[in-house]
Structures are given as C-alpha cells and as structure tokens.
Design a protein around this ligand. Structure first.
Ligand code: SAM
Length: 281
C-alpha cells in the first residue's frame, strides 16, 4: 500500500488544480514520503494531527502506522478526492477548516498527540506558534518546511533568531531529512527539509516567566544589528543605562547581540528582569 498515488491523474479526474495561494505542493515521491514518516518514528499507538492533508498522500501512510489520525484541510474542493484516497482507513477523521482556528488539544480530544505534516510554507511561523502555545502541546512535531526555515529553527548561537528561540524553549529540533524540489507536484521554487522537534515535558523557561521572556526576546531581536544594551532599551522603552544594568545583573556583556545568547542566558536575563520589576529601586 506504500506506492505513491498517481497524483496528477487523481487531480485530473476530480478537475482539480493545485492552488499556489494555499501552498499546495503535494508530495509525490514515495521515498520522500517514507522519509517524512520515518522521521516521525511512529510506534503504532499514537494519535497524529496532520495539517493540510491535501489529497491524502501522507495521510494514508500515517493511517497505516498510527492508531488514529485527525487531518485538518482548509480547501473543501479537495474533499471528494481526499475521501476516495482515505476510504480504506477507518482511523482517519477529516476536519475541513483553518487549522489556526482550531485548538489542537480540542481536535485531539484531549489525548497526547504528535503532529506530522507537510505544511503550507506561508503559514509556517503561525503554525509553529499555534502548536507551541496550545493548551496541550504536542509530544513531537515533524514538519516539512522550507529548508532555510528548518535550518533557522535548528540554529545554535551565534546564529539564533526569534524563531529558533521560540521553538527551542519548548523542544529540541533537528533536521531529519532533506527533500528535493522534484519530490513535489507542482515543484516548489524552494528546497525543503523535514524538521523534527521533540517537545520537552516542561519548557526550559518556567511557564510563569514565558511572557516576560518573549517580551525580552522580541526586543532583543527587533534590532538585531544593535547591541543588546541598545536593542533592549529601544524595545522595552527604558534608558540604555537601565538595560545595561539588567544585562550586568544577568552577567551578560551589554555589547553582545541577541543571536549570540544561549537559552540559559535568556533564562537568567528573564529572571533578573522579573526581579527588577518586582523590586524597583
Ligand atoms: N499533505 C499533502 C501532501 O504532502 O501532499 C499536502 C501538502 S500542501 C504543502 C499543504 C496543504 O495545506 C494544502 O492541501 C492546503 O490546502 C492546506 N492548507 C493551507 N492552509 C491551511 C490552513 N490554514 N489550515 C489547514 N490546511 C491548510
């Protein structure tokens, strides 16, 4: 059952054209599909959330390897073709709508879940934010994304970004596979990669500190070429001397730039920031 679908023929039969505005680049290479599924390391007892099943190329492989799959597709035009492809699989539930409008935990009925998806690239950051700020975060996230974005997510200091930090506070990313453009129909303009994020049971910054942490990180990365002293002063709306005092309290040189900081340093900076807020001098 693992042979790839004859996707162009299926689309023709249903009078469908891939809609680029919805990021519709369907996976057609059997080996690429196998690599995405292998990256998820499913044992057979998982509940899987798939975002954007398209016409089900990946969904049916997930259905063969997981206990159940919930697949959320925005484009209702695909419904008849998707239902045909998935007819043999009673363990798949299709939901039509925008995944960003659905609480993932609610979709999964409150049980632990993993996310496996070849997502539309134009909503990559929004999807990641949506999953990682959900009431119940997934246990693992395996996403096919633009290769550059995968590299940015898995970056380490001194190449950190707000995206890398936002993911790494919740989990450990690694690039599990590279997917060439020819694996998709139609072929996208960019190369792709599968990024796998193993979500920690608890974030690396205490939950109660997360909003202060994101405030600081956004300020730090908003003006990346500036030193942290100046970027934090501008972003937090305080005097540079005050930002410098905060950085010194966290034992971080004020002349460093945001992309060089380790997550542990952001954690100390956040704690220092909260302490100063609670005991202004
Ligand atoms: N999983 C299929 C595959 O690998 O062949 C299709 C992947 S295609 C890159 C992305 C899919 O996401 C499309 O079917 C598109 O219609 C759907 N999509 C786009 N925006 C969406 C959204 N906000 N919520 C749910 N699905 C969405």
């Amino acid at each position: 059952m693992d042979s790839a679908l004859n996707l162009p023929a299926l689309l023709r039969r249903y009078g469908l054209r891939p809609d680029r505005r919805l990021g519709q680049n369907f996976l057609v290479s059997a080996s690429a599909l196998r690599r995405v599924v292998a990256a998820a390391e499913l044992r057979g007892d998982e509940a899987v959330l798939e975002i954007g099943p398209g016409v089900g190329s990946l969904t049916r492989l997930l259905a063969q390897r997981a206990r159940r799959v919930v697949a959320v597709e925005l484009d209702a035009r695909l419904q008849p073709a998707l239902e045909e492809v998935l007819r043999p699989y009673a363990n798949v539930r299709l939901v039509f709508g925008d995944v960003l409008q659905h609480d993932p935990a609610g979709l999964m009925g409150g049980e632990p879940y993993v996310v496996v998806a070849n997502i539309p690239y134009y909503i990559t950051s929004a999807v990641i934010r949506h999953l990682l700020t959900a009431a119940a975060r997934p246990q693992r996230v395996v996403l096919t994304v633009q290769r550059e974005v995968a590299q940015r997510i898995a970056a380490t200091p001194p190449h950190m970004s707000l995206l890398a930090l936002s993911v790494q506070v919740f989990g450990q990313p690694r690039i599990a596979a590279r997917i060439p453009g020819g694996a998709f129909y139609p072929r996208p303009k960019v190369d792709s990669a599968v990024v796998r994020v193993e979500i920690f049971p608890q974030p690396r910054i205490p939950e109660a500190h997360l909003s202060a942490f994101f405030r600081l990180a956004k300020a730090g990365f908003a003006q990346r070429r500036k030193t942290l002293r100046n970027a934090l002063a501008a972003g937090l709306g305080c005097a540079p001397s005050e930002a410098e005092g905060l950085l010194r309290a966290a034992e971080i040189a004020p002349t460093r730039r945001a992309e060089t900081l380790k997550l542990e340093e952001w954690a100390v900076l956040t704690a220092a920031f909260l302490q100063k807020q609670n005991s202004p001098t």
